[in-house]
Ligand binder design. Sequence first.
Ligand SMILES: [Zn+2]
Length: 456
Amino acid sequence: MIAMNNEHPLHLMTDQDKAMETSIKDVFPNTVHRCCKWHVQRKAREKLGRILSMDEIFEQVFYGVINDSEMVDEFEENWQHMLHCFDLVDNRHLSNMWRTRETWAPAYFRKNFFPFTSTTGRSEGLNSYFKTFVNPQDSVWRFVQQYEVLQETMLDREDNQAFIGHATTAPLYSRYNFERQAVHFYTRSVFLKFQKEVMASTGFLMNLAPALDNASVRFELHSNYFENPRIFSVNVVLAEEKFECSCNCFEMNGIICAHIIRVMVHLNVQKNPQRYMLERWSEAATTAMSSGGCLLDFGHPATNTLKYNALCRKYTWLASQACSNDLAYKIMNDAAHQLEPLIAAAKQGALQEQQEANQQQATQQQQQTPEPTTVSQPDGDAMLQNPARVPKKGVRLKNQRGERLCLSNGKMHIRTMLRKMKRSKPSPEENLDQRRKRLLARTTTKKVTVSKHAST
Ligand SMILES: [Zn+2]
């Protein structure tokens, strides 16, 4: 209610949950509550499955009565006719559906604004999408984090659509001025729905019918090829730019129907009257919403990915605004160039802090270890530092003169030395101590060569 400025919704759609139905009546007494048609039909398939599967004609009539009845009287008459024709007057589930018909049958909601849907599929789809981000065992903190990710992802999609709407223009089907007007006014998705109505308008024949009063004109339209026997009635008050169709498309969806478009062409109406151009479907309203935002504010993004997404969203929107004007492009381009050194300086500041921390750590290591350690300082924009030099592992041997023999891989050299001691045949005059001295001297001369091989 806070998000809606304490205004009650005009229309609400839910599944057939009794608790929600009761609560909505108590809390929103003036709200039109409707049950989702998809849930009603799914329940009907469960209860009437055997009848629907065995009688194909009944299945067609059943769904036809529900979906194609435009007037309440028409629906009620057709329903009762169906029950008697198929001998289903005593069917319990059909009786329940009849009793609750005013909560779900589309004929009762023809003049209520439930745009482009009679089901809760959109919210069900959102629920399903949300479940891909959050698991039941997640904590509340995890839920909030994932909600942030979900919001960013959905905003990215909207931004992509907004950019496509800004940067490209949908091809026109006709040369009618009201289609050209619509392409600049509606969002891309709504314009495509409007364009389908323009295309469908070419499929009707039109006759003048007796007017309801002196100020109005009435037309009756039927299909070109008479494949659909339905007749649509359009009442026009030209002085007030008022068009009303029996299909109630505008009342339900907020865009005019093919029948009104057909009549507008016949009457040489060049522009769609302002009352039929709903602000909520306009590109301007969508753009204002995305730039201002009535979204939950999570403050500074928590992760680099979220920061990247937030910046992309902001600068993509700016780019879509700036790309259509040379001066705006120059302003944004210059601003980007001015930002570059600032961002580099900010990053450098972070680097300096890191360097200071590394130097302190290196100093501590120098004080702790006798071996000198060298920390190479990065020059320029280098991000990586060489690791501190660590004394090599190995066996330290001393020769007869007390000189240390540092072998890069002492075990290997000792084994080699012992092997050579075994293989070398001692001369009669050479004792064991002399042999060891000779072999040690040979090993010492080969140390440099072995070390080079090891390092490569
Ligand atoms: Zn219509």
